[in-house]
Design a protein around this ligand. Structure first.
Ligand code: SF4
Length: 704
């Protein structure tokens, strides 16, 4: 069996791996195959250096899982599902799409995509929605993940690429400030790139919890800063205040490369250390030490993650982190920088090619006439045939089943019943639809509510490309054939478009779709026009923008930022409202987040035996002092409740969390869904929901 080089199916680090197909896996696995169809070996690559985490090592189980859906399923009137042929399923879906459009208008059809889809699928999904369905109603689960940092990057630099430098650039840093990111659990091979900063005593982790990443600062390796949840913006304003007040700013850099400093000075003037301490709980001595360390570093990076971004003020918080980096003169050099650590496997590429409600391929604005004209020409239509901007994810989900809202929904690569905020409202919205179609390889909690479920191919069964957290375009290679009865999304789009007599051409060949994507992105911010499968297969680094003949762009902004004047924008931000501590309202603050063993909604990792056995259920992390006051014991049952829902799970006592805060992982289904409790309120700039600051009442219970 010929080994195949590819990348992990999970997170945005996209660790390199080699798959060796098992003899029984080719040419087509039998429908009842439950063995491991490939063996996995880590592969030398700059980001993972041959390492994988336990999710990557066990990913072969996804392919051979007995839980795979192997035929289209149709819901019967009694709620049960029965297998049907592809012709029957697609004929029905096409008929329902036509009916919805005829009776309620094109925007009555919604599409919800995912940040794990390949670039080719994300691109084709956007094109299919806008041309074949004529609908503007498309958005995706990356709205819950990266949208606030993306918005902040766009307004500061004119461009959003998670890391505008290479991951291995971090190796030479002596100071790294990580805000709200637990990479030791979410992407373990990444922590090797923190070693230089740790050896220099310069790893600084900001997190309300003492996470595995925070523990990397022990023994003189750095500093753990533990602010109250949701006070990151104030913390960053306070640090910027200190940098300016103590004359630690890079004034030459600010004069040459930025605009907006005067407004920033004014906006941070009132955030003196004592006031910041009162709001965040971070002592003045630590604030001062942190500001001075950042300024003294020879190579300093500021990195943000979901902990500071998944807030209703997430864009402003990420902006404040960027402002701090600009004031220190870090951005657009060869030895320092600012970046955001993308989470989902194709969280970067997934937001570049048209899944976002307001964007066309190449990260072009859908409202830009020149962008519309260019993309229309590639698609073989007129600009008028491309609908305008749609609505962001939470708004789209709130419109499900509503009068004048979404009547028919297609879901690709998302499990919104578990992953979306205010999850019970989402479940009710899905139930209120006229018709729900879910494409997935497992029977997810969202698929269980569908009228039609379409079984699709997985990572090692198809060709494609992914764009990693550093903006590097990577080839995903086919190692084995999919099970009989399973089809790729590209084929589904082609078949539905044909049934709908759609304008445009919809290839089912990934290489052809990628070539078209490259043409559509030409001249855009995320320009892929110099790329192709042949070039990528040579293994050369391919960082976008990659115009034809350019060789790509590993490090951005070295000469200029993307705004017309070449300067970065310092955008003054202030807290809209600093929330009162939750306990004064008789509640605790809930933070949601991830575990090492699970990925996203857990629809995949909960089906991998080793991962599921290690973390079979949600556990609420709580400080022992808080537990004592509530009568909670380790392993005992607890109920978390608020006006949106109730979660029942076991308690896990840990001094790693603040006494005013509890933590719940968001990977689990049914009444352990953390998102039963989170609210649908969103950041007005990016549409990012609030996942990290939810008031909950907590009490001990006997049993669920
Ligand atoms: Fe896969 Fe991410 Fe783990 Fe690497 S760190 S093996 S990409 S899940």
């Amino acid at each position: 069996m010929t080994p195949v080089d590819t990348h992990c199916p999970y997170c945005a680090l996209q660790c390199a791996m080699t798959l060796t197909p098992s003899p029984a896996s080719t040419p087509a696995r039998p429908a009842d195959a439950i063995g491991l169809p490939v063996t996995i070996a880590g592969r030398a690559f700059p980001t993972n250096r041959g390492g994988l985490c336990k999710k990557g090592w066990t990913a072969a189980e996804l392919l051979g899982s007995a839980d795979r859906i192997r035929q289209p399923l149709l819901r019967a009137s009694d709620g049960s599902f029965a297998p049907v042929s592809w012709t029957e399923a697609l004929d029905l879906v096409a008929e329902k799409l036509r009916t919805s459009r005829a009776e309620h208008g094109a925007d009555s059809v919604g599409v919800f995509g995912g940040g794990g889809l390949t670039n080719e699928k994300a691109y084709q999904l956007g094109k299919f929605t806008r041309l074949a369905l004529g609908s503007s109603r498309i958005d995706y689960n990356g709205r819950f993940c990266m949208s606030s940092a993306a918005a902040a990057g766009n307004r500061a630099f004119g461009l959003d690429r998670g890391l505008p430098f290479r991951v291995e650039d971090l190796d030479a840093a002596d100071t790294i400030l990580m805000l709200g990111s637990n990479v030791a659990q979410t992407m373990p091979p990444f922590i090797g790139h923190l070693d230089g900063a740790r050896q220099a005593g310069g790893l600084i982790v900001v997190d309300p919890r003492r996470t595995a990443t925070a523990r990397l600062t022990d023994d003189g390796a750095g500093m753990h800063v533990q602010p109250a949840p949701g006070t990151d913006l104030v913390l960053l304003l306070g640090l910027t205040h200190l940098v300016l007040a103590e004359r630690l700013a890079d004034t030459d850099y600010l004069a040459r490369r930025t605009t907006g400093l005067d407004q920033l000075r004014f906006s941070v003037a009132g955030w003196y250390p004592q006031r910041v301490q009162e709001h965040t709980g971070v002592p003045v001595w630590q604030l001062q030490g942190l500001a001075r360390r950042l300024a003294a570093g020879e190579g300093t990076y500021i990195l943000t993650g979901r902990g500071v971004e998944q807030h209703v003020d997430g864009t402003d918080t990420a902006t404040a982190a960027i402002n701090l980096a600009l004031v220190l003169g870090l951005v657009g050099t060869t030895h320092s920088g600012y970046g955001t650590l993308t989470g989902q496997g194709n969280g970067q590429g997934g937001r570049e090619h048209g899944q976002k409600c307001d964007q066309l391929p190449g990260y072009r604005k859908i409202t830009d006439p020149a962008a519309r004209a260019h993309v229309a020409e590639v698609w073989g239509v007129t600009p008028e045939q491309i609908p305008g901007a749609g609505i962001p994810a939470v708004e789209l989900l709130n419109a499900l089943g509503q009068p004048g809202g979404i009547r028919t929904l297609l879901v690709h690569g998302a499990n919104v019943v578990v992953s979306a905020p205010d999850a019970d409202r989402v479940r009710q919205g899905l139930a209120d639809l006229d018709f729900l179609v879910v494409s997935d390889f497992f029977f997810s909690e969202t698929a269980a509510l569908a009228d039609v479920v379409l079984p699709v191919t997985q990572w090692a069964e198809e060709e494609g490309t992914m764009t990693s957290l550093e903006g590097r375009v990577l080839r995903r290679q086919r190692a084995i054939d999919p099970p009989a009865g399973v089809r790729s999304e590209l084929w589904i789009f082609q078949e539905l478009a044909r049934r709908l007599d759609a304008p445009g051409v919809y290839s089912a060949e990934p290489g052809e779709v990628f070539d078209e994507l490259c043409r559509a992105t030409e001249g855009g911010i995320a320009d892929y026009s110099g790329l192709g499968y042949a070039l990528l297969d040579m293994g050369e680094p391919a960082y976008w923008p990659y115009p034809a003949g350019s060789g790509g762009t590993p490090r951005l902004f070295l000469e200029r930022f993307v705004h017309d004047d070449g300067r970065a924008r310092i955008v003054a931000v202030t807290p809209r409202a600093v929330a009162a501590p939750a306990q004064t309202r008789g509640a605790l603050t809930l933070i949601t987040g991830r575990l090492l063993e699970h990925y996203q909604s857990g629809a995949q990792t909960r089906r991998v035996a080793e991962l599921s056995e290690a973390q079979p259920e949600a556990r609420m992390q709580v400080h022992p002092a808080t537990a004592a006051s509530l009568g909670l014991i380790d392993g005992g049952w607890v109920e978390l409740a608020n006006e949106r829902g109730i979660v029942r799970c076991r308690a896990q006592l840990s001094a790693d969390i603040r006494p005013d805060t509890v933590f719940l992982p968001f990977h689990f289904p049914a009444d352990q869904r953390a998102n039963l409790l989170t609210a649908g309120a969103t950041d007005p700039v990016s549409g990012m929901p609030e996942f990290k600051r939810t008031a909950v009442r907590v009490r001990a219970i006997d049993a669920p």
